[in-house]
Structures are given as structure tokens and as C-alpha cells.
Design a protein around this ligand. Structure first.
Ligand code: ADP
Length: 468
């Protein structure tokens, strides 16, 4: 196999690469790949600094280099809180109603992408392969090309790609989409996201989509679906060795024979938490025999707390959880246990293992790794059941979960009932099938396939651009 000279990963947040926190999410997929290819990881430092003092920090992190840039508070407000989280995030999750477009925030987004490119360009070698992550950095390749970068640059979108009718409500949709064509490879989570992207190119800009190539704006790019996955063995190991197994035993003692449903999500309106509470209330209403015997543990660490739509959402969720508890609690039983905290990954694995049902019901989600973690943490001899939203990317790869429409409270409530009552043979059959899928589509395959496709993408050629 032809080796890449060096892999450069770029993402808004970088690391951590050491310790328990490093074992999850994007870090899992990237750190190993970066170490294999002697790589560089570039992104925001997570810190703010005064305008003249925003610096580039570089650090050797055992086989890979981390290079991070400070942002000013003004940039953080405009680029990150503003355009990324108040505009692009809801838009990409089909929530036009929550999308707030402010032109100065888009300008801030562009200027942060420009500053990233300026700093990164100085660190690049001619034969590097550059892998850019997520919606924060859609204009990065354009800025790098402007500075003469000719390396292969790939982009992976971790969120869904919305239908063209939704995307074109964004006043700057064309500028953003055009900027994507300065990447050589565009990767999406699922075939459906890829299809919506191709459709957008054809319908909004009269571009062309043939096989794995799209063309528009006088440029061509390769495209593909690369479903992200988890490190299956690691989650299983966490669930079955201390402290995960201690947490499991402790939880079992606390439950005293009750069945636990578990939800683990960032506190985000896309995760379907309000509807989930409502569905759990409906379940308790319809099945009084479950009273005193079932609890819903919802772990939901606060996320993006400085944004108004998130604060409002949190208040509503607090209210909904209190409503269910107020209505159904008894002096010796509280149906909803609700934590606003992040937990160590090993603890989380023990909690998954102790839960009879995993409830993963986002209204829209790029993939959803919690669904896979829940499956991987189960005891194959006595596995729990996964209730999964049809609108999570994961549903396309996990047809053996109990799939639900989260907009249908009755259906979700019924799925909770079916999951709890499911016989052991069927639980085992479904779990085996789910394990096969998540083992096949694991995180190693994800990164290998993306990097291979990036390596195979035609090298960037200078083209004569039409004037803007
Ligand atoms: P998203 O990237 O939108 O947050 P995913 O389900 O794809 O959603 O990934 C979430 C990741 O964050 C998972 O690896 C999950 O284990 C982790 N996570 C979610 N909630 C918590 C929590 N309360 N404590 C620790 N980790 C969490």
C-alpha cells in the first residue's frame, strides 16, 4: 500500500489525546490514524486571548504534533456561538425555525477559517494529506488554495446534510457550497446524506453528479459515504472490567430488581429529549403495571449553555421531567432520574450494561455513537434492547434495533413496552445482528476508508475560475 507522507487533521476542537476523555468520539478515530502517519492535528486551542495575543501553540503529543490557535472573544461569539451553533447546526439538523443568520457572524466564520488557513499553511509539507472535520471549517480549503496549497484536502461532515429546500434558505448557501469544491474529497455519514448533497448540487446550481464524482462551479470533487463507528472492543472491555463493572454492580444494587431505561445525550434540541420524556410519560400512563418497576435514567450534560435556544430548551426539559415525576412518583419510586453531568466513559459503559433498554431517539442526528456504545456494552448472554430513532444516521446501519419515529409519542411508548417485555431469544438474536454491524462499521474502518479515498482522489489541479 502506498503510504501517505503525513496526515494532517483539522477540526474546531483538538484532542484530548491522553487520559480517559481521549477514549471517545472523534479522538478515537483520529489519534491512531495520526500516530500511524506521523501526523499533525490542528485546531482551536479552546482558549480566548486578546486580539494581539492570540497565539499558535505547538506541542509534541507522543508521535503526533498538536498545533492550536487561540481565538478572540469576538471571534468566538461570531464564528462559533454565532454562525456555527446558532445558524449552521440547526440548519443542518433541518431546524429552519431555530436558524439565526447574521451576516457579520458569517464574516467572522470566514475570517476564522482564513486565520486557520494562514497559520496552517506555514506548517504544511508539499505531500501532506489534509483531513478537515465538520461544518466549522467548510471554507478552509478555499482559503488554503488561495495561499497556494496544492495538497490533497478532504472534508468529512459529522452532521446530516439537509435537503436542498432547507439549505437554500441560507442566504450564503452558494458561497458555502462553492467553497466545498476546493476540497478533493467530500465525505458524509450515510448514503442518504450523500444523495441529498448530490441532489442539492444538481438542483440548486445545475451541477452534475455521476458515480463518485460531482461537478459544479467549474470544479470537480470526489464524494462518498463513510459511516463513523466506535471502538467496539474497548467499550465492551470498559463495561466488563473495573470501574465499569463496579458501576454495573452498584447500579444493580440500587435498582433492586427494577428495570432501567437509559438515555445519554448532550443537552441538545436535536436529541429528542422532550419527546422522549413525553413518550415515557405515555408509557407509564398506558402500562400502570410498570409503576414502581421501571426508571428512566437520562444523562444529559449541558452543552452550548451560552446560546439562548439551548437555555430555553433546558428549561423546557427540566419542566417536562418534573411533570412526569410529579404525576407518577410514589414515596418509594421516582420514575425519571435526570443528571446534567458528563461521566467518565468507563462509568458510562457500566451504566449502559446495567440498563435493560437503551433509548436513542434524536429528531435528527448525523450518526449517533451512543446507540453503538449501548450495544457494545451489553452482556451477549442477557442483552438489553436498543430503541432507535429512524432519523439517526445509525438507523441505516442498525435495522435490528427497535426503530421508531420520535415524532410519534404512541409508537415510542409502545417500543419502550416491547423492549422491556422482549423475550431472551429475540434479544439475543437482535443483539448478535447489531454487534455484527457495529463491528463491521467500526471506527478503524471509517478512518481507513476515508484516508484511502483521499489518497486515491485525483490531485488538485489549478482551474480557471469563472469570475464571482
Ligand atoms: P454528538 O456527537 O452529537 O454529541 P454522538 O452520540 O455521536 O452525539 O456522540 C456523543 C459522544 O459523547 C458519545 O461517545 C458519548 O458516549 C459521549 N457522551 C454523551 N453524553 C455523555 C456524558 N454524560 N458523559 C460522558 N460522555 C458522554
Amino acid at each position: 500500500m502506498k503510504r501517505l507522507a503525513r496526515l494532517v487533521a483539522v477540526s474546531n476542537r483538538v484532542g484530548p489525546v491522553r487520559g480517559a476523555a481521549a477514549a471517545g468520539g472523534l479522538a478515537v478515530g483520529l489519534v491512531d490514524a495520526l500516530r500511524e502517519h506521523g501526523g499533525l492535528w490542528f485546531g482551536w486551542s479552546g482558549r480566548t486571548a486578546a486580539a494581539g495575543r492570540a497565539r499558535l501553540h505547538t506541542e509534541d503529543a507522543g508521535g503526533l504534533t498538536m498545533a492550536t490557535l487561540d481565538l478572540t472573544q469576538h471571534e468566538l461569539d461570531g464564528y462559533y456561538n454565532g454562525f456555527c451553533n446558532n445558524c449552521l447546526w440547526p440548519l443542518l439538523h433541518f431546524r429552519i425555525d431555530l436558524t439565526r443568520f447574521e451576516r457579520p457572524e458569517f464574516e467572522s466564520y470566514r475570517s476564522v477559517n482564513c486565520r486557520f488557513a494562514q497559520a496552517l499553511a506555514k506548517l504544511l509539507k508539499p505531500d501532506d494529506a489534509i483531513w478537515v472535520h465538520d461544518f466549522h471549517l467548510m471554507t478552509l480549503a478555499e482559503e488554503l488554495r488561495r495561499r497556494g496549497a496544492r495538497q490533497r484536502i478532504g472534508f468529512f461532515l459529522h452532521t446530516p446534510f439537509p435537503p436542498t429546500e432547507i439549505l437554500t434558505t441560507l442566504p450564503v448557501h452558494e458561497a458555502l457550497t462553492r467553497a466545498l469544491f476546493d476540497f478533493d474529497l467530500l465525505g458524509f455519514q450515510t448514503g442518504e446524506d450523500l444523495e441529498r448533497f448530490c441532489n442539492h448540487i444538481v438542483r440548486a446550481y445545475r451541477g452534475r453528479a455521476r458515480g463518485d464524482t460531482v461537478s459544479a462551479f467549474g470544479r470537480e470533487a470526489r464524494v462518498g459515504a463513510f459511516p463513523i463507528g466506535i471502538d467496539v472492543d474497548q467499550v465492551h472491555r470498559y463495561a466488563f472490567t473495573a470501574p465499569g463493572s463496579r458501576e454495573f454492580a452498584r447500579m444493580r444494587r440500587v435498582l433492586r430488581g427494577r428495570d432501567q431505561f437509559i438515555g445519554v445525550d448532550r443537552l441538545d434540541y436535536s436529541k429528542g429529549l422532550l419527546r422522549r420524556m413525553d413518550a415515557f410519560g405515555r408509557y407509564l400512563e398506558k402500562y400502570p403495571r410498570a409503576h414502581g418497576k421501571v426508571i428512566l435514567l437520562q444523562v444529559a450534560p449541558v452543552s452550548r449553555g451560552s446560546i439562548e435556544s439551548y437555555r430555553n430548551f433546558r428549561q423546557e426539559l427540566d419542566g417536562e421531567a418534573a411533570r412526569v415525576n410529579g404525576r407518577f412518583s410514589r414515596f418509594d419510586w421516582t420514575p425519571v432520574h435526570y443528571l446534567n453531568r458528563a461521566l467518565p466513559r468507563r462509568t458510562l459503559a457500566g451504566l449502559y450494561r446495567a440498563s435493560r433498554v437503551g433509548i436513542v431517539t434524536p429528531m435528527r442526528d448525523g450518526m449517533n455513537l451512543v446507540a453503538m456504545e449501548y450495544v457494545a456494552a451489553q452482556d451477549p448472554a442477557d442483552p438489553g434492547v436498543l430503541v432507535l430513532s429512524r432519523f439517526a444516521g445509525a438507523a441505516q446501519y442498525l435495522p435490528d434495533a427497535l426503530l421508531v419515529n420520535p415524532y410519534d409519542g404512541e409508537e415510542s411508548a409502545e417500543a419502550m413496552h416491547l423492549a422491556r417485555e422482549m423475550r431472551i431469544q429475540e434479544r439475543r438474536r437482535r443483539h448478535e445482528a447489531l454487534m455484527r454491524r457495529i463491528s463491521l462499521h467500526d471506527v478503524v474502518r471509517w478512518r481507513r476508508e476515508f484516508i484511502a479515498a483521499l489518497r486515491d482522489a485525483p490531485a488538485w489541479r489549478k482551474v480557471v475560475r469563472k469570475p464571482r
